[in-house]
Design a protein around this ligand. Structure first.
Ligand code: ZN
Length: 117
């Protein structure tokens, strides 16, 4: 596996998320766009606040997973399922570079808790 390429991809994705999260939170604080006194406009701004909140929450979650993947790269356990210890499918890692378990275990987790071994 080309861990250099994986690391570069994860780092690039992390930068992308971090810049998006910081610009979204700047919008949330209305630094450049103070709340309008007009009621209708306030409603619109609140609605977009909720959208931004959702973006930053999912971005935060993805950042956590990217950090964990970078740690696994350092530890040499990247690409190994944390549940069953089997190699994670290459196609799955290509689609989700920070995947921490194989497809079978991911499916098992969705169906409910299942212990490995
Ligand atoms: Zn597994």
């Amino acid at each position: 596996m080309d861990t250099q390429a994986v690391r570069a991809r994860l780092l690039r994705r992390r930068e992308e998320l971090q810049s998006r999260a910081s610009s979204a939170s700047a919008d949330l604080r209305h630094e450049s766009d103070p709340l309008s006194a007009d009621f209708a406009e306030q409603v619109t701004q609140r609605e977009s606040d909720e959208v931004l909140g959702a973006i930053t929450e999912s971005a935060r979650e993805e950042l956590r997973q990217i950090q964990a993947a970078l740690r696994r790269l350092e530890a040499g356990t990247y690409g190994i399922c944390i549940v069953c210890g089997e190699p994670i499918e290459a196609g799955r890692l290509a689609a989700v570079p920070y995947a921490d378990c194989c497809r079978a275990c991911a499916d098992g987790q969705r169906g409910g808790p299942r212990r490995a071994g």
